[in-house]
Design a protein around this ligand. Sequence first.
Ligand SMILES: O=P(O)(O)OC[C@H]1O[C@](O)(CO)[C@@H](O)[C@@H]1O
Length: 570
Amino acid sequence: MASTTLICDTEPWKDLKAHVEDLKNTHLRDLMNDKERCQSMMVEFDGMLLDYSRQRATLETMDKLYKLAEFQAASLKQQINRMYSGEHINSTENRSVLHVALRAPRDAVIYSDGKNVVPDVWNVLDKIKAFSEKVRSGSWVGATGKPLKDVIAIGIGGSFLGPLFVHTALQTDPEAAEFAKERQLRFLANVDPIDVARNIAGLNPETTLVVVVSKTFTTAETMLNARTLREWISSALGPSAVAKHMVAVSTNLTLVEKFGIDTNNAFAFWDWVGGRYSVCSAVGVLPLSLQYGFPIIEKFLKGASSIDQHFCSAPFENNIPVLLGLLSVWNVSFLGYPARAILPYSQALEKFAPHIQQVSMESNGKGVSIDGVPLPYEAGEIDFGEPGTNGQHSFYQLIHQGRVIPCDFIGIVKSQQPVYLKGEVVSNHDELMSNFFAQPDALAYGKTAEQLLKENVPQHLIPHKTFSGNRPSLSLLLPSLNAYNIGQLLASYEHRIAVEGFVWGINSFDQWGVELGKSLATQVRKQLHASRTKGDPVEGFNFSTTTLLTRYLEASSDIPADPPTILPRI
Ligand SMILES: O=P(O)(O)OC[C@H]1O[C@](O)(CO)[C@@H](O)[C@@H]1O
């Protein structure tokens, strides 16, 4: 059990604070000259290579970080063990945190509340396998007897971002793409009717299966979108078609049934799976198996499981998620860099940063310790990112010469879609990877005024063309980007974020911060209804909101009080 002492009051924390001073005058240029240091800052596991030599850290820094992690207030190893053994480490919701069980081998034993949950996990996986095979083979057909070749998955937040990331990453993997021929998978997340319009554009309800994904089955956006697509199906095919065209993924099977979905076609998961950690549950596995077939998705689960085993068994100095997590704590809490850029040099990973943004910011964006004590230090970080090289032509200017933002460069050895053009200097993937290798050095070394002078740069441009360097980054090199590697990448980041939260002494597995906005929206929804249907004046809001709401209502007063059902048409 972690102690209630705040980590910032411990000796290892204070020691690290003091250690920042030792590094103040050490430039990354100099650190990079120390080959022995660089060698010890390369870690390999299961084909993944992590190089963190471009962090503003020495081997002494790493020792101090390990000490911090081992110290009683952080007790990282113990906390990891508590997670794997199903203790209720999500204490504000009194829940275990067992997303590792979602990808555990069939014969693994993982307990939550005295029960081995692995057989339940595999019951659902087997059910998904059977169902997805029926749909994919055409033995499950729609209400008019046509096979269902298109899937719309409705869900938001954790019930959307992870599956979207994996789908986007698999789309161009030749093996996965082969199994997805003639099929489409789309994601409807935003309650904005434009998202509905875009999702149904070009689809025929007769050949479409809708998967409603919601842990709670109460999320306002998801439920309105689900009712909208239910209407889209039933207005085209009759209400009885819903049973053939809508299935659900949820922990709340009672509400699934109430909604009108046959619970035989509902795929369960459990309250010990946090929404943002649910991509390996039916939340991701069902839509992805419908698109790519279960065997491909099983490989993804195996990749994640490989990292799960590594995370709970490797010593800290060889443990990729632990190293990633500790370095993030170092950057945020000691070097004072509040943000992190996630920069995959792979277009297939274009949705990785948005997914990790939720996993990280919803997990660690907390202001109090796990015991409710206000934190005297900042926890969490601002995550953002874009695939290289697009990011280079967007926000890298700030990263090179403006603020210091530690960067994660993620590179892939073998492209999913290689292109070679006769006569070109390098292949297209080598061109991409040239940037992957160049950017970290540009950030670390920079360019001095002396160098510019030697290049005869005019004096007045020297300040503008100088790069201070000393900007930290890390590089992660994956052998390829198939389902297995995608699983590895996902689990590495999930665990990294847990490590950060464990050290900061916060609860990374609740998300109370999303509640206030939701309840205020309920009040606005009631007002809009009352104003539109009974002409009630706007009441109970501050001046600003009253003015905005009144303007909104007045400017849209042509909308009838009780309009007929209208579905988008594009
Ligand atoms: O799966 P549900 O219950 O619809 O919730 C969707 C998302 O909403 C949140 O509760 C808050 O945004 C997320 O944590 C969750 O992933």
